[in-house]
Design a protein around this ligand. Structure first.
Ligand code: NAD
Length: 348
């Protein structure tokens, strides 16, 4: 794999990597490592004295926690010309990127993604997002790493729920792309969801997913127009994560969000029932769609209203007119959306 990403903040690359053969003893490097990844990879012990270990959860990714991490890095004597390296999933990435962007007015950072979600999606695009109070991804900036080192072998130790979460996130790329990519995704889905690690399929699908994302982020790096389409499934997904206190992993919340966006698209006659059912069938393989049957729709709706993409008096969600035909839809009459959400929950 060798993918170049054009960025106004400096182009960057995703390259193949093999942790077991890597020279980790670069004196200028400091590491933020997911504890779970540290435990599974003995070779990381070599860099223990330059590392901060974190527990990867949404509380760790909070504004309050960032000052503790900066404090630890300063105690380790990190300097302006040091390179910060994140090793972990999307949470470790968001924390490392955000810290790198503010410490000494910004230092270089690299990322070694260790989850499917981070490898197929979050590692490119340059977003750093930190949770503030109870709301997800409220604070952050665009600050891409210089290099992303991709080692597929990390994925062997993932829990099944994290494999499914990564595949849920991956699904939305193949849907926003086109019918051909969606057919490819469907063809490979059972192999992706197999607990027995299928290296070749995973690597091909991760690479395809990154190439789809690359197109959007190079046209609209700062999320003003085209890139907003990638929020397909996410507005509803983030709101679900929030009201379930992050019990539903991010990528599974996105799979629910895709089904909700499609239900609304069908009810508004943007897509046929056949397209709705076709995608639903695959989302059901990734997560049990009726597990959210008992959510409080009012709380869900309030959480959607707090989404940062909304404009004053307008809730903005991404709907679809078919494979690769997503668009931004504003709901002026809040009650219309609320009623559709109620119908959806009754339907599952
Ligand atoms: N910055 C972005 O562009 C962007 C994009 C998408 C998602 N995100 C964020 O990413 C987060 C979700 O990412 P994620 O799913 O990678 O979550 P994560 O970082 O929490 O990892 C999921 C779980 O897997 C464990 N883990 C990580 N690597 C492992 C490995 N190799 N073996 C065993 N266990 C391992 C972690 O400890 C954690 O329990 C969310 O906070 C989401 O908002 C950021």
């Amino acid at each position: 794999m060798n993918i170049n990403i054009k960025s106004s903040k400096g182009d960057y690359k995703v390259v193949d990597f093999n942790l077991s053969k890597a020279n980790l003893k670069n004196n200028d490097n400091y590491y933020i490592i997911d504890k779970a990844v540290y435990k599974k990879n003995k070779v990381l012990k070599k860099i223990k004295n330059k590392s901060i270990l974190i527990t990867a959860n949404e509380n760790t990714k909070s504004y309050d926690n960032i000052s503790k991490i900066i404090n630890k890095l300063l105690n380790l004597k990190i300097k302006r010309n040091s390179i910060l390296v994140g090793i972990g999933g999307g949470i470790t990435q968001d924390i490392t990127g955000f810290v790198a962007s503010i410490i000494f007015r910004g230092i270089k950072w690299n990322f070694i993604p260790t989850t499917i979600l981070a490898q197929c999606d979050s590692c490119i695009g340059g977003k750093t997002s930190i949770n503030f109070k109870k709301t997800k991804n409220q604070i952050g900036n665009f600050y891409p790493p210089k290099k992303i080192y991709l080692d597929i072998n990390f994925l062997k130790t993932l829990k099944f729920k994290d494999i499914k979460s990564g595949v849920g996130e991956m699904a939305h790329y193949f849907l926003v792309s086109n019918l051909k990519d969606w057919v490819l995704f469907k063809k490979n889905l059972n192999r992706l969801l197999n607990k027995n690690f299928d290296k070749k399929t995973l690597k091909n699908m991760i690479s395809r997913s990154l190439l789809i994302k690359k197109k959007f982020i190079e046209i609209d790096e700062f999320d003003k127009k085209e890139r907003l389409i990638l929020n397909y499934g996410h507005t509803f997904g983030h709101a679900l994560e929030k009201i379930t206190k992050y019990k539903i992993p991010h990528g599974l919340a996105v799979a629910h969000g895709i089904d909700i966006a499609n239900f609304i698209s069908m009810k508004k006659k943007y897509i046929s029932i056949n397209i709705y059912q076709d995608i639903k069938k695959e989302m059901k393989k990734i997560t049990k769609l009726n597990e959210i049957k008992n959510i409080n729709v009012k709380n869900f709706f309030e959480a959607i209203k707090s989404d940062k993409k909304n404009k004053k008096n307008e809730i903005r969600v991404i709907l679809t007119k078919g494979y690769g035909k997503m668009f931004i839809k504003g709901f002026k009459q809040n009650l219309a959306l609320y009623s559709l959400l109620k119908q959806y929950i009754r339907s599952i």
